[in-house]
Ligand binder design. Structure first.
Ligand code: 2PG
Ligand code: MG
Length: 428
């Protein structure tokens, strides 16, 4: 593909904050991609470039300047080639020079372009890329073991080859209630989710009915950042009781939470509804909740720099539920490999903007698969109309997708894209 033009602009995200959108053109075709932005961000994430005034003007200038100079007027044979060039051009370990937001806008546009050029749906192009990763894993260093022994690499490659992702519909991890930093801590945990199994069209029917039902029960309450309800309760258990009622009414459903515990950690303890919990006390609380309610998974149960507490909880509960790493692993293949060695979790949240290129997000998926763990593809709390994450989730055969609640158009668009993919698959 010969690139004729690359141009970026500022658009507002769902919180009204500026973010990056880029358009790549070749001949008569052009594609556009925009990047989301998190609020409960992990400190080990790739660097989102913002100016002192909160704008993304420098990130935009980096796309229109350096990235465009490197790409425009050149021919590329794959999206991966473009990603490698962008990584090299930035030259830092965390994308802090050009900005992960600037880089990812081009990386997603490139992925979209090569799907278009090949005449295949985006999810299929991603699936092909995810399954062509045999050489990837060796190139991912591990922070704990910087120069892995040859046998170690061989074992990892064998594990990966046996578990390469197969494109398939993800379970919906659909947000019903928002708390934490997404709703001014009206609820202590950040996300209260209904996990809905089955094919997307059936799951969405359940989602619509169950979401409306909860709305009736809650009455008039505000919406949180991710398009779920943001009610207030006096006890920790109440939101679980409400979701458990829905689980009883709707088959093939269960409860998930994102505790986003880094945001709860102050003064050496976890603060929930005015009470302080040590890591052990919080573990005991999780165990009690798992006994009482139909819980499927807990994301980020502890702060991002408490891997030992993750490992302890996974040893205790990992056979019954998923313990998902988000701020802990930040879609970073090297961090995922280290977490695997220490058995810290058994599932990984995959957010492309935490790492900055589609190439590395796919490496993160492969590192997760090699560990024998599940992947959950995820949006961010500041979203755009771009539905890339739906194609990505399907293409990598993710176990689940987190795309928010039905109370915000940009979240619904992702589910609508999954519905369209369900039909596309039938025609292929
Ligand atoms: C999370 C995400 C998305 P944010 O913590 O999993 O739900 O939130 O984008 O604010 O980091
Ligand atoms: Mg999270």
């Amino acid at each position: 593909m010969y690139i004729d033009t690359l141009v970026a602009r500022t658009i507002p995200d769902t919180r009204g904050r500026p973010t990056v959108e880029a358009t790549l053109a070749s001949g008569a075709h052009s594609v556009t991609a925009s990047v989301p932005s998190g609020k409960s961000t992990g400190s080990h994430e790739a660097f989102e470039l913002r100016d002192a005034d909160g704008s993304v003007a420098t990130a935009i200038a980096n796309v229109n300047g350096e990235s465009a100079s490197a790409l425009v007027g050149r021919d590329f044979t794959s999206a991966d080639e473009i990603d490698k060039l962008l990584i090299e051009l930035d030259g830092t370990t965390n994308k802090s020079r050009l900005g992960a937001n600037a880089i990812l806008s081009v990386s997603i546009a490139a992925q979209r372009f090569f799907a278009l050029a090949k005449g295949v749906p985006l999810w299929k192009a991603i699936a092909e890329r995810a399954n062509d990763g045999k050489g990837f894993l060796e190139s991912v260093p591990s922070a704990a073991t910087p120069a892995p022994a040859f046998r170690h690499v061989r074992a990892e490659r064998n594990a990966l080859e046996k578990s390469l992702p197969v494109a398939s519909a993800p379970r919906l991890f659909l947000n019903f209630m928002n708390g934490g930093v997404h709703a001014d801590f009206k609820l202590p945990f950040q996300e209260y989710i209904l996990v809905i199994e089955g094919k997307t069209s059936d799951a969405m029917m359940i989602a619509r009915e169950a979401f409306a039902k909860l709305g009736e029960r809650l009455g008039s309450v505000p919406m949180g950042d991710e398009g779920g309800y943001a009610p207030t309760f006096d006890t920790l258990e109440q939101p679980f009781e409400l979701l458990a009622e829905l689980v009883k009414e709707f088959p093939h459903t269960s409860i998930a939470i994102d505790a986003a515990a880094s945001e709860l950690f102050h003064d050496d303890a976890y603060q929930l509804l005015g009470k302080s919990y040590s890591a052990d006390e919080l573990s005991a609380l999780y165990r009690e909740l798992v006994e009482r309610f139909p819980i499927h998974s807990i994301e980020d149960p502890f702060a991002e720099d408490a891997p030992d507490d993750f490992a302890k909880l996974t040893a205790e509960l990992g056979k019954r539920i998923l313990i998902i790493g988000d701020d802990l692993t930040v879609t970073n293949p090297a961090r995922i490999k280290d977490a695997a060695v220490r058995k810290e979790i058994n599932a990984v949240l995959i957010k492309p903007n935490q790492i900055g290129t589609v190439r590395e997000a796919i490496q993160a998926v492969q590192a997760t698969c090699a560990a024998g763990w599940q992947t959950i593809a995820s949006h961010r709390s500041g979203e755009t109309a771009d539905t890339f994450i739906a194609d990505f989730a399907y293409g990598i055969g993710a176990y689940g997708i987190k795309a928010g609640g039905l109370g915000q158009k940009e979240r619904v668009e992702k589910y609508n894209r999954l519905l369209a993919i369900e039909q596309e698959v039938k025609t292929m």
